[in-house]
Write a protein that binds this ligand. Structure first.
Ligand SMILES: [Fe+2]
Ligand SMILES: [Fe+2]
Length: 294
């Protein structure tokens, strides 16, 4: 990377908004093995929009509880701790993407002028989070469940960064790398000096998120480069490809071949992948209705 590119990137990353305090708190609770339903209830109850969403979720047809759920505590008991925590994270990151980032750039007078479909990018991040978590569950690594979801949700945050801080360079990258995700990382390296995985990892590190997700995010397009968290990196890589395949089956048919060595490495069979695909599609459509609350 050229010295002036490093300087520009480092300076821009230091300007990138910090994570809202509530997100940091949810993540802290998420990693605390002693956190209780009461702690989570306190956080949710302090936020009316969040309370509304959790209740809406608990009362949705998807879960089919026979009577109406009226309190956060009841929702946690019925939906389960893990579902509620993931929903909170998903909601908070959605708000961060939709409100904090645009407001921040408006205030700082920066342009955000790259034609990316933000909604589609968002759906992709959620699909990756679900797929990554499901791969982990298939492999009976329950202890990683939340890390996997978090890594999936955050893995492309570097793209948001490029769109906001380097719109001119990123437009050029996109012109070169239409539809080919592997080429995207290559062109980012070529034009900007780092790919969105590396930049995402710097951001996640700066936000003090769990160290275990830093390398997987950095290497999600090239898991071969991972040294310390190779397994979670491979899982995130497959989760990312699977999420793309679910959204764009035709466009991804060839791309999916890239997953093959990693499926072997992770000991994942075709029937397991099909099961995960079905689960992701189902949960994703549920989350879409859930997010369409505003
Ligand atoms: Fe990516
Ligand atoms: Fe991705």
């Amino acid at each position: 990377m050229k010295a002036n590119q490093v300087k520009k990137l480092a300076q821009s990353i230091s300007e990138f908004p910090t994570l809202p305090a509530i997100v940091a708190r949810v993540i802290q609770e998420l990693n605390n093995p002693y956190s209780s339903a009461a702690d989570i209830t306190d956080i949710i109850s302090a936020d009316p929009a969040m309370t509304f969403r959790i209740l809406k979720m608990a009362n949705s047809a998807y879960y089919g509880f026979p009577r109406s759920i009226t309190t956060v505590t009841e929702s946690i008991v019925l939906l389960g701790f893990s579902i509620v925590r993931n929903l909170m994270l998903t909601t908070l990151m959605y708000q961060f993407n939709e409100m904090t980032l645009p407001a921040h750039f408006k205030k700082s007078g920066k342009r955000n002028f790259v034609a990316v479909d933000r909604q589609e990018e968002w759906r992709h991040s959620v699909a990756t989070a679900i797929a990554t978590r499901e791969i982990i569950l298939q492999r009976h690594q329950e202890a990683w469940e939340h890390l996997g979801y978090l890594a999936g949700l955050m893995h492309d945050i570097g793209k948001s960064f490029f769109c906001h801080y380097m719109p001119d360079e990123y437009r050029e990258v996109m012109l070169h790398a239409v539809q080919d995700n592997q080429a995207l990382a290559k062109w980012e390296e070529e034009i900007i000096g780092a790919d969105h995985g590396q930049v995402g990892a710097w951001i996640v590190d700066r936000w003090n998120l769990p160290k275990e997700i830093v390398e997987p995010i950095a290497c999600h397009h090239c898991p071969k480069k991972a040294k310390t968290d190779k397994e979670l990196t491979a899982i995130l890589h497959v989760g990312d490809l699977l999420a793309r395949k679910i959204r764009k089956p035709e466009a991804m048919a060839a791309d999916w071949n890239r997953a093959e060595p990693w499926l072997e490495y992770l000991n994942l069979s075709e029937p397991q992948i099909r099961e995960i695909e079905a689960l992701v599609a189902k949960e994703l459509s549920q989350i879409e209705t859930f997010m369409a609350v505003d």
